[in-house]
Design a protein around this ligand. Structure first.
Ligand code: PGA
Length: 221
């Protein structure tokens, strides 16, 4: 079921769930997302009095070929929005060094407790583009023209957008204990409804989430 609310309320609610998890657990594991959707959650977390020193994070994805000093790299993004403000036990990305071990690292951390997810206008989750199989693990992908175009708004020109990324696979994401899927903006409404209420198909990778036992779906205009 899709719950509609204001963006602020959605972010507030999710940030509180994260706070509760972290406060109630000896050790916790977060799966984090980048892009415009989760910014408000990180803003809320920065304001909260939470100690993340026993919290590990695994980000969903990272571009291939962008150094972490590049303002559009996801390491840079996470640093700006959260990590330079709050000290965690450790923060991981599926970069060149870690991506072959990413799924086993997550398993060895006893899995992701809360995974935050956005959705692309083509139905992708993380960088799992249409056609990605259900059993995919962390892998390298060629970004579709649609995604390159969508993400070009963050770059000076479309030619600067990387054409490849490393991403958690669908299976990696589905193994998370709890998933918060958030779509923000009218341009995401149709694809969100198709993903949640339509057929489950690799053509809409987010549709696989219907099979998750602990999925919460939010929409804001
Ligand atoms: P956005 O991206 O949050 O920047 O809209 C979401 C996505 O493409 O997964």
């Amino acid at each position: 079921m899709i719950k509609s609310n204001t963006y602020e309320k959605i972010c507030h609610q999710i940030a509180h769930s994260i706070k509760k998890l972290v406060n109630d657990s000896e050790f916790s594991v977060l799966g984090l997302a980048t892009g415009s959707t989760p910014i408000g959650i990180y803003e809320q977390l920065r304001k909260m009095d939470v100690d993340f020193k026993k919290t590990l994070t695994y980000n969903l994805d990272e571009y291939v070929g962008l150094d972490e000093s590049h303002p559009q790299s996801y390491k840079y993004f996470m640093n700006e929005h959260l990590f330079k403000h709050r000290k965690f036990h450790s923060n991981h990305f599926p970069d060149e060094k870690l991506f072959p071990y990413y799924d086993s690292m997550i398993d060895n951390s006893d899995g992701i407790d809360i995974q935050i997810l956005g959705i692309g206008t083509n139905g992708h989750i993380a960088f799992n583009e249409p056609g990605t199989p259900r059993d995919s693990k962390t892998h390298i992908v060629d970004l579709t023209e649609n995604t390159i175009k969508d993400n070009s708004r963050f770059f000076d020109s479309i030619d600067e957008v990387p054409t490849q990324a490393r991403t958690m696979g669908i299976d990696t994401i589905m193994r998370s204990k709890e998933i918060y899927l958030i779509a923000r903006g009218k341009h995401k409404k149709e694809i969100l409804e198709e993903a949640i209420y339509g057929n489950i198909t690799p053509e809409i990778p987010a549709s696989f989430l219907q099979e998750h036992r602990n999925l919460k779906v939010y929409y804001s205009d």
